[in-house]
Design a protein around this ligand. Structure first.
Ligand SMILES: [Zn+2]
Length: 241
C-alpha cells in the first residue's frame, strides 16, 4: 500500500512537472526583477535578484528605524520593513511589477523572505492575525487585486497565522487633501477606514502594507484598529521609502 502510494505520488509529481514544462513553452517564466528566464526551482525571482535585494536589516535592531514614523501618532508594539525603496532601485521595479503588472507572486515570494528574517529574530511572535492594508473597493475592482494581500499571504505561510481581509475596510476612495489645512487633513485621514471591533477586541494584529513613506495611511488604518480594541498592533511593510 505504502509502495503504491509512493509510486502514485511519483507519477503525480512527474505529471505536474511535465505540465509546468509544457506551460513554460507557451508562457516562458521570467524573473520579475531582471526578465531572465527562471530555472526550474526559481519562482518569480531569480537567485541573482534575490541576492541583490536592498535589505534594510531592520530585524537586527531592537527598535527598527521605521518605527520612529509612528511615535506620537500611533501606539505600535513594533514595526519593521524589509527593503529600501529608492528611485530606480530594484525595490521600485519589483513594486511596480507587483502593483501594476499582475506579478502577484512577487508579493508572496518577498513576504515569505521577509517573514523568515523576522521569525528567526523573534519578531511578531504573538500575532493572532495578519491584516493587509485595504484598498477602496472601486480601486481594487479596477486593479483586480490588493497587492498587500499577497505580501500578507507570504508572511502567513511562514507564521501559520490567518490573513484577515474583512475586519478592516477602506470606506473612502481617495485621500486627495491638497487644498485642506493640516487639521482638516488629519481629520479626513481618520475617516478613511472602518474596523470591526467585535472580531478585533483583545487580538494581536499585524498590519501589512507594501511601501511606507510618511506613514499617514498606516496611522489612519492603525488608529481604527486601536479604537476597535486590539491588544497589540504590529506593522510590517515590504519597503520603506
Ligand atoms: Zn532576476
Amino acid at each position: 500500500m505504502t509502495r503504491l502510494s509512493t509510486v502514485l505520488q511519483h507519477l503525480y509529481d512527474n505529471i505536474v512537472s511535465l505540465g509546468e514544462d509544457l506551460l513554460g513553452l507557451f508562457y516562458p517564466r521570467v524573473c520579475a526583477g531582471c526578465d531572465a528566464h527562471l530555472r526550474k526551482h526559481e519562482h518569480n525571482l531569480c537567485l541573482i535578484c534575490l541576492h541583490d535585494l536592498p535589505l534594510t536589516y531592520f530585524w537586527d535592531y531592537d527598535v527598527a528605524p521605521v518605527e520612529e514614523l509612528f511615535w506620537g501618532r500611533l501606539p505600535v508594539a513594533s514595526a519593521c520593513s524589509f527593503l529600501h525603496f529608492e528611485q530606480d532601485n530594484k525595490t521600485q521595479s519589483l513594486m511596480h511589477r507587483l502593483k501594476y503588472d499582475g506579478r502577484t507572486g512577487v508579493g508572496i515570494e518577498l513576504g515569505k523572505a521577509f517573514a523568515f528574517k523576522l521569525q528567526e529574530k523573534g519578531w511578531f511572535s504573538d500575532i493572532d492575525m495578519i491584516i493587509p492594508l485595504p484598498l477602496h473597493v472601486t480601486r481594487q475592482v479596477r486593479r483586480g487585486y490588493n497587492q498587500s494581500t499577497y505580501i500578507a499571504e507570504g508572511i502567513s505561510e511562514v507564521y501559520q497565522k490567518p490573513v484577515n481581509t474583512h475586519v478592516l475596510k477602506r470606506v473612502v476612495a481617495s485621500d486627495s487633501q491638497t487644498s485642506k489645512s493640516r487639521f482638516e487633513r488629519s481629520e479626513n485621514v481618520e475617516r478613511i477606514f472602518k474596523a470591526n471591533a467585535k472580531e478585533l477586541r483583545g487580538k494581536n494584529v499585524l498590519l501589512v502594507d507594501d511601501v511606507v513613506t510618511t506613514g499617514a495611511t498606516l496611522v489612519s488604518a492603525g488608529s481604527q484598529l486601536v479604537e476597535a480594541g486590539v491588544n497589540k498592533l504590529y506593522i510590517a511593510t515590504l519597503a520603506v521609502a
